[in-house]
Design a protein around this ligand. Sequence first.
Ligand code: A3P
Length: 286
Amino acid sequence: MSEVTYFTHKGILFPINICTRETLLYVENEFQLLDDDVVNVVYPKSGTNWMAEILCLIHHKGDPTWVQNVSLWDRTPWIETGTGMEHALKYPPPRLLNTHLPIQLFPKSILHSKAKIIYTARNPKDVLVSFYHFSKSQRYLKDPGTVEEFLEKFLNGKVTSGSWFDHVKGWMEMKDRANFFFITYEELKQDLRGSVERICHFLGKELNSQQIDSVVENASFHKMKDNKMSNLSLLPDTLMDHTKGKLMRKGICGDWKTHLTVAQSEHFDRVYQEKMRDVKMTFPWD
Ligand code: A3P
């Protein structure tokens, strides 16, 4: 594949190989969300595929047949990519959609839609580490360089999907709306069953205890790691160098401690405090 290139759309970097300005403008201005859509909104490396799997399993009341036989990107298309949008437009409702878009680029049709949005956030230091490793294997992402180099890019929002801080702050403006549900990767890790029950309640889905057990079991790290429909092992070599990394890497909280030096962590904390000082919420990692 030729050299990786990004383009800037309204201040945010996108990989030229999978997104176009035309698709982004279409998504923002013309794409119509439907009242029964469920949109999985996540900053990269914060549990996008995990939440997508949970939503697919809830959608089928815990029956794993769908997640075991259809690829995750076909079950939950990424609306900002060309192929994802084509697929979303043909998807029989009710649709499950994915996106990494910051709120300002999200479909404006949300203003008049009851579509449900689930936003998952993760400790940004773990996001940084996961993003660093993932970038090495994805051919449409630039080589991250050293941890130090990637840290600076991450803190300055010079990575695809833009600044983590802006993404979270932007989406938190929705937090009091009835069709918006906020959860963290850390809550999913700490209590997956309780989290699944809360998500079902938000979606208005009534699953019995055995069905919830099945969602929890089939969305576990180990089940997803072994499921080729969910672990990205079917991504073509043109998009992913499978010798350089895996989606299902460690799946833990706090891996940043084995990657960042004390100085890097303190630098991160200073930037975090400065950028998040106007946010009146506490997160599990605070
Ligand atoms: P790590 O790289 O820290 O292991 P995304 O789906 O947004 O790209 O996020 C990928 C991260 O979510 C990876 O983190 C991956 O291991 C983790 N992940 C995916 N499925 C998971 C699961 N079922 N349980 C725990 N973590 C999961």
